[in-house]
Structures are given as structure tokens and as C-alpha cells.
Ligand binder design. Structure first.
Ligand SMILES: Cc1cc2nc3c(=O)[nH]c(=O)nc-3n(C[C@H](O)[C@H](O)[C@H](O)COP(=O)(O)OP(=O)(O)OC[C@H]3O[C@@H](n4cnc5c(N)ncnc54)[C@H](O)[C@@H]3O)c2cc1C
Length: 388
């Protein structure tokens, strides 16, 4: 991860942040030079599902986007954007050109004694960005440590963890609209962020986000450590270093440790993180459930509604570690579906295997608690139509 040398600006101008045109010479461009035909995507998705794409296009530079998309449109080939593959359920075949962003770099757009505004290329690894910024003394992303995937995908579902969401630090993004082949800049307010949702998730398949901007602060006494066991662990790290208050570094390290102890590493046990969103129900329904199940876990989200922990529902329906082989819920975290293909020594698991376990869980939770669970990862069809 490196900073692109640039003159620091005393004031940010939206034209500077996101130039709306990228100079490309279509004549000098050859799509085949950056394409892999009949590409095997099993190692490009963290669920390790068998998937073959007609064409995989690895984009090493933002300037390759316009000519690549123009040529795919001319050939009438559908387009699918695949970054780290940690939030997708892929089909066995994708009859499309799969764009895989691999362009990297970080620019400082503005810096003063209190804060910094950076713009990060979409092909950067998310967790490496978090560690890099915290090591620079730029804070705000530390609670989002160890989330897999690439920076360009992070706004799609407004990634969130431990009381922080992407939108808390994001300032703007730059994206290419695939159907019209035009560049656009969006301020945060235009991204329609909600819980695990955004304009780009709603308009799936239409956008390629190429750069994301963040405003980070430099005050190491300002931390967000109210969530669960983060406060205790972060404070114990501070005390071990003779400090009375937890710093952002302590919070990041605590979160990394907690996540490593609770979540399966996709490289060892293929998974795509939380498989279901935490459902929101009205308070009357929650009160009734609470009288039946006093330990049910829920947090108020508005005066009328409560968000219920989907993991608690699945675990208390007796489905922890269960499912339909080879797709089972994780033995330590029932909200995560794990692909056990290797231990069953069978052919690679497919989208249909995921669906079988998903439906078993949804039906069981509906029958027991009267709650509908909604899938979090993106379901991809073979022509890259989405079904959310
Ligand atoms: C172990 C584990 C833990 C996780 N923990 C969390 C967590 O705590 N919080 C959380 O929010 N998520 C979590 N996730 C989910 C996932 O890591 C995030 O959603 C991540 O942002 C996905 O990034 P990706 O690069 O892998 O995207 P992909 O899986 O490649 O893509 C996801 C979707 O975004 C689209 N997309 C990808 N890149 C772009 C782009 N540049 N422009 C436009 N569209 C694009 C794709 O077409 C697809 O629809 C976890 C996943 C795993 C495996």
C-alpha cells in the first residue's frame, strides 16, 4: 500500500477529488491482453463455490475501464464486477465478462493538524487500508478491521462492524456507470446508505466504483469502544502499556483478536461472513418474544422497532453447527454458513447447496419465531442478473 505523491491541497475541490474524465486511447487497447477466457473463479470467491466465467478481465489501471466496457458492449457481452468475492454467492457458470479491479494507490487530498482526507483506489485491500491508516495516525476505520474484500466494494453494502459503518468516515466516491459508459462523482449523501445497503446495492450490476474518499481524524483519545467486549479488551491492552485510556490502535487490535476468535478464516473454512441480516421487528412483537424467550438479544433502532440478533435466533432454533451438508452453520457463530466441501471430500459445492441450507434456516426461524430472515450476500445469476 503506498501513497501516490501529490501536492497537499489546503481546500478540497470536488473537481480535484474526482476528475470526471479519464483519458484513454481505445485504439491502443486490446481486451484479450487483459482477459482470461473460461476462467475458473473458485479461488475468486471466499465461499469457494465452483464457478466458471466466460471471460475474466483484471483491470490494473483505471484507464482500462472505458475501452474494456466499450468493447464488451460492442460484443454484447454482459458485465459483472467481482472484487474480493467475499460477499457473493456465485452460480456454476457466468456467461459474462467479469471485471476484477486491481488498480491501487492512495492520495492525500487535504491534511491539517486535526484531520486528513484521502482517496483510495478500489483495488486496494480493505483490511490493509485500515491497518495502514491507523499506523499513519489517521483514525476512524479501526472498528472495521479484518473485514475481507476490496475498497471499491466497501460502499456497496455500507460495511459495518462494532458500532461503526463505512458512511461514518466516507466522504465521496467515483464510479463508472456501465450501461451509459459515463463517469460520476457521489457525495456521501447521494449514496443512499442504510444498514448493509446503498444505491449501489439497489442498482446492482450498473456501477463500477473506482475510488472512495475518507475523512479521518488525528485525535488518538477519540475511540468508539462501547460495543460488547471491545471496551474491556482494548482497555486491557492500554493498561498493559501503562496507559489509562484505550487508543484507536488498542481498539483495532482488540477487534482483530475478537474477530479471529469468533469468525472462521475463509482461507481455512470457506464462508462469506454473516449470511443473514439482523431482522428489524416492531416493539410489540419483540416484547411478546421476550416474554417467551427472556434471553433473546435485541437492540432498539427507533422508538417503535428493535433489531434482533439473527445469530441468536439461529442458535436458539437448534441450528448451530447444523444445515444440509456440505453447507452448515459455523460451530462457534451460527450466523455464518461454512462450506465444508473439503472435509466431505466431495465435488465442489454449488449455489444450490447454499440455497438448500438457506431455506432450511429461513423456514425453521419463521416457524419458531415468526420472523423472516433476509440473506445478506449478493446472489448472482449466470447472466449476472441479481436476485436480492
Ligand atoms: C469472514 C467474513 C467476515 C465478514 N465480516 C463483515 C462485517 O463485519 N461487516 C460487513 O459489512 N461485511 C462483512 N463481510 C462481508 C464482505 O467482506 C463485505 O461485504 C465486503 O465489502 C465485500 O467486498 P468484496 O471485495 O469481497 O466484494 P465482492 O464479494 O466481490 O462483491 C460484492 C458485491 O459488490 C459488487 N461490487 C464489488 N466491487 C464493486 C465495485 N468496485 N463497484 C461496484 N460494485 C462492486 C459485486 O458485483 C457484488 O454485487 C464479511 C465477509 C467474510 C467472508
Amino acid at each position: 500500500m503506498s501513497i501516490i505523491p501529490q501536492t497537499h491541497k489546503s481546500q478540497v475541490n470536488s473537481q480535484d477529488i474526482c476528475p470526471t474524465t479519464v483519458n484513454t486511447k481505445i485504439g491502443a487497447f486490446n481486451l484479450d491482453d487483459i482477459s482470461i477466457l473460461h476462467a475458473d473463479l473458485i479461488d475468486y470467491n471466499s465461499m469457494h463455490l465452483a464457478c466458471q466465467a466466460d471471460r475474466l478481465i483484471v483491470l490494473k489501471d483505471e484507464s482500462e475501464i472505458e475501452p474494456a466496457v466499450a468493447e464488451l458492449n460492442q460484443l454484447d457481452v454482459p458485465i459483472f464486477v467481482l472484487s474480493g468475492g467475499s460477499n457473493v454467492i456465485l452460480p456454476k457458470t457466468i456467461n459474462a465478462g467479469v471485471l476484477h479491479p486491481n488498480y491501487k494507490g492512495i492520495e492525500i487530498l487535504f491534511e491539517d493538524k486535526d484531520s486528513v482526507i484521502i482517496e483510495v483506489m478500489g483495488g486496494e485491500n480493505w483490511h490493509e487500508l485500515v491497518v495502514f491508516t491507523v499506523n499513519q495516525g489517521w483514525y476512524g476505520l479501526e472498528n472495521l478491521a479484518l473485514i475481507p474484500g476490496l475498497v471499491g466494494a466497501s460502499p456497496v453494502q455500507n460495511i459495518g462492524a462494532y458500532g461503526v459503518q463505512l458512511e461514518d468516515c466516507m466522504t465521496h466516491l467515483k464510479a463508472f456507470h456501465l450501461p451509459t459508459q459515463t463517469w460520476h462523482k457521489f457525495d456521501k449523501t447521494e449514496c443512499q446508505f442504510r444498514y448493509r445497503d446503498s444505491k449501489f446495492k439497489q442498482e446492482a450490476g450498473q456501477w463500477l466504483i473506482t475510488r472512495v474518499g475518507f475523512k479521518l481524524h488525528k485525535d488518538d483519545s477519540q475511540v468508539n469502544a462501547n460495543y460488547g467486549d471491545v471496551a474491556t479488551l482494548a482497555l486491557s491492552k492500554a493498561k498493559a502499556n501503562n496507559r489509562s485510556e484505550a487508543s484507536p490502535v488498542d481498539v483495532m487490535q482488540a477487534i482483530i483478536e475478537i474477530r479471529q476468535s469468533k469468525l472462521p478464516d475463509p482461507k481455512l473454512l470457506p464462508n462469506c461472513g454473516s449470511f443473514f441480516k439482523n431482522p428489524t421487528i416492531n416493539n410489540d412483537k419483540f416484547t411478546k418474544l421476550k416474554s417467551q424467550y427472556p434471553n433473546i438479544v435485541g437492540y432498539p433502532v427507533t422508538n417503535d422497532e428493535t433489531k434482533v440478533a439473527a445469530g441468536w435466533l439461529i442458535e436458539n432454533a437448534g441450528l448451530k453447527g447444523k444445515g444440509i451438508a456440505p453447507i452448515l452453520t459455523h460451530a462457534k457463530q451460527a450466523l455464518v454458513l461454512v462450506n465444508h466441501t473439503d472435509s466431505y471430500n466431495s465435488t465442489p459445492a454449488s449455489q444450490q447447496d447454499i440455497l438448500a441450507t438457506q431455506q432450511l434456516i429461513q423456514k425453521t426461524i419463521q416457524d419458531k419465531f415468526g420472523i423472516d430472515l433476509e440473506r445478506e450476500p449478493v446472489w448472482v445469476n449466470n447472466k449476472t442478473n441479481y436476485n436480492n
